[in-house]
Unconditional design. Structure first.
Length: 322
């Protein structure tokens, strides 16, 4: 009976039915609706798998929806979760703003919300119970610290940086930018002379770097600082195609820690990768379980992360599964 009811609930979600249904609260394990922003990278897929796997280990029923990088789609998915009276909603938001209305609807329905990965901006912090994810500003600061240390050993009078930014209005983009600028600001030789938008997508990173190479604006660049590995890999594809001689002259700093990027770090193509840890499942489930048990949890729960660089022992990097 339990499996049949869950199958029915899942079927309603997948078919897009929007009317509310009643379910037997005693017949099912707690039901969690999980709205993921997309599947644009191996990092994102690992993030999704980590959360779902850990929830299912603890016997939560998981209703998963892929937002396909579309905020309106995510909002509609949350409304479906509300209609089906889930016990809790997990939201991995695409961008920072625009969530107040639907999260107010969840609050009015008595459904708690946990934000994962990117943060949101809201006029009412009570619309969600906690945020579980990286400290994006710290990631940007770590990237800046690597470059500052590199510059301290350089005799160059100027160090020009091209910053390849992520999706506009995403917390990870804003905070990685701010953390990086604050840290490199201690050395006036380091200047971000060009900023391009790659939207965290490999093909977009390749496209904007190709354009910069073709119009000559890349010529004076000493450092490529990229907000994620997917864009870094796309940028390297463009460089290999149009200007392979520039790769060895560049300092390349990336964020995430995907296997393909770590391999390039070990080869010497990439100089530094600031880890963004996708394995958040245990921390998310711990927060969910504590809240449903009536315990108070912190408003921010940061996951542990590190830095991999050509200044460390690359043989100690754990095997990457993403």
């Amino acid at each position: 009976m339990k499996k049949f009811l869950f199958y029915l609930l899942t079927l309603f979600i997948l078919t897009g039915c929007t009317h509310a249904i009643d379910r037997d609260e005693d017949a099912l394990s707690p039901v969690v609706g999980f709205s993921q922003s997309g599947t644009e990278s191996n990092w994102r897929k690992a993030h999704t798998d980590s959360i779902i796997t850990e929830l299912e280990k603890e016997d939560y029923q998981v209703l998963y929806r892929n937002g396909f990088l579309n905020q309106e789609r995510q909002i509609q998915d949350i409304r479906r979760f509300i209609a089906y009276k889930v016990d809790l909603i997990i939201l991995a938001p695409l961008i920072e703003s625009g969530w107040d209305t639907v999260l107010t609807e969840a609050k009015d329905a008595g459904i708690p919300v946990v934000i994962v990965d990117r943060n949101i901006q809201t006029s009412d912090s009570d619309l969600y119970i906690t945020h579980v994810g990286p400290s994006f500003k710290a990631e940007g600061s770590r990237a800046g610290l690597y470059l500052s240390n590199y510059a301290s050993q350089s005799s160059e009078s100027t160090i020009n940086v091209l910053e390849l930014k992520g999706l506009e209005n995403a917390a990870s983009t804003t905070l990685r930018h701010e953390g990086f600028l604050e840290t490199i600001g201690r050395d006036n030789r380091i200047q971000v002379t060009q900023t391009l938008q790659g939207d965290f997508i490999r093909s977009k990173g390749r496209e904007v770097i190709r354009t910069a190479l073709q119009d000559g604006t890349f010529n004076a660049i000493d450092v490529l600082y990229s907000h994620n590995d997917e864009m870094t890999l796309g940028a390297l594809e463009a460089l290999r195609e149009l200007a392979p001689d520039k790769i060895d002259k560049l300092v390349i700093i990336s964020i995430d820690g995907q296997k393909d990027a770590i391999d390039l770090l070990k080869e010497g193509t990439i100089n530094c990768i600031v880890e963004c840890n996708p394995h958040v499942g245990w921390y998310v489930v711990n927060a969910v379980s504590r809240h449903l048990a009536g315990s108070k949890i912190p408003k921010e729960i940061y996951v542990p992360e590190t830095v991999f660089s050509d200044q460390g022992d690359l043989t100690t990097i754990p095997t990457r599964n993403y």
